[in-house]
Write a protein of this length. Sequence first.
Length: 575
Amino acid sequence: MRKKFFAVLVFIVIAFCPLYARAQQTGSTHKAEDDAEKALREKAYNLLESLAGEVGTMQSPENRARIASNIAGSLWTHNEARARELFAMVQQDINAGLQVPESEDAEDVHTLMVFLRLRMDTINRIVKHDPEFAYEFFKATALSPDVKLSEQARAGEQALESQLARQVAASSPNLALQLARKVLARGFSDELSRIFTRLNRKHKEQATALYKDIVQKIGEANLGKDWTARNFALNFATAFVPPEIDEENYSELNNVFIKVAVANGCNRKIAEDDERVETCSQLVPLMSIIAKSNASRGAQFARWKAEDEYSYGQPPMYSELEDAVTDGSVEDVLALTAKYPQMEDEIRWRAFFKARDEGDIELARKIATDVRDPENRQQMLADLGDTKTSPLSSDESLVEVEKHLREIKGTEHQSMFLASVANEIGPKDPKSALKFLNRASQMVDTMRPGKDQLAAQMGLAMIYCYLKSDRGLSIMQSLVPKLNELVEASAKLDGIEHRYLRNGEWNMTGEGILGEILTALAQNAGYFARCDFDRAVSLSSQFERTEIRIMAQLKLAQGVLAGPSKPLPFRYHGP
């Protein structure tokens, strides 16, 4: 028995030791990866702290505000006190920039609009961390009510306040209610429905208070004559029904509709030439709502029949879909398929576009492959540049790539196609991806020098870095001197073709072809940062203009803090 016992014990040890060893190895690997990520993020934060100390040396209030706002937004969770100091500096620069010029000079007006945008971006950064502070910033940088603004600028100011109310609804319901009431005081807006939706998810007390205020405002409006008020009332009443709102308050809204219909004689026989006929015709959708919630009261208006339930307003499901697309996640959009199965195709298309536009190509591809309708599935995959869903690393697929390459005319398009394939298959087959990239790089080298070649070289550098190949940074090493030359030449031509400088510094607004190129580099800095952070920072220090160097290093740090890189949102769609 003892021999058998030891034999079994030995068998167990032999069988399970490799599993235990692999588990230990996997655990060690994960720990090493976590430690490396933590160290990389610490480097990014240290760089931001260093850059924060340089902001005050910049001459342009626009650059100081833009860069300090970016640094503060990224530093908040690491060093909140320093972030608040930076936002205070931003507030001063924005207030200085928002001095409305007495003249109507186009350049002065453009500067004003730039600072209004900086103000909006800063508020959006603050609201993620401290909604009350965001509102204080909003008030502290508000333009005087006596200032004469264009209708577009005034509408933008009001839209910002509405957006702020919506953003703070989840965490600061009382502030959201306060802001929503200001929105309501200006009139009826679809934003009110979105704010109510946000409040109603977690804060019923404030949501109910807002609902009552809206019902009161609807009751004060002339629904028979005021198309805007009537359309809002219809959409609001159809979007929020019990149990989303309690029966008592919903009945109060219906009573408003009843009162309006009765006041216009819609419950009595009216002569055909009576002007009230037209009014009652306009009120038909509201009377349909009455009939649904209160059949006995609705019978009074039986002669008025709606040909189309939503002929006078937007169906509530469309408003909810729009809200999910604007403020929710892709998952929030897809969740609506269970609630509105009749809209499944449209919902999946909106989710697909949202995922694609946010750069999450893999999620977009998953949405496409899950679509049941074959025609829609094919269209989505074609939009992504996919001809099939199987991995391109198979021998058969690689043959297809070569076949398709021979069908493409022109070096530029062939190189774009190869880069697109490499970008797609990189995570699955990095070896083949690098071969495709090397071939594309050889083609790009033969292109005529100019903006197209420069853009292609930058694109290749990003994909190389995404695949963790140091060749990407080597390419950028050769491009930085060229970019410095172009910046210097453009500075000399400032005001001739584009306004590149403001207060003697590069204005970072992306104007002109060179501005677009530098903006593209900034937006994709994460690929360089996560390939080799130290080398990327060292390389960025070679930018001769201080403001461009600071912005480049800021974007490198933000690229690290944004998390692991995803495939570039780049697909070849043909000439």
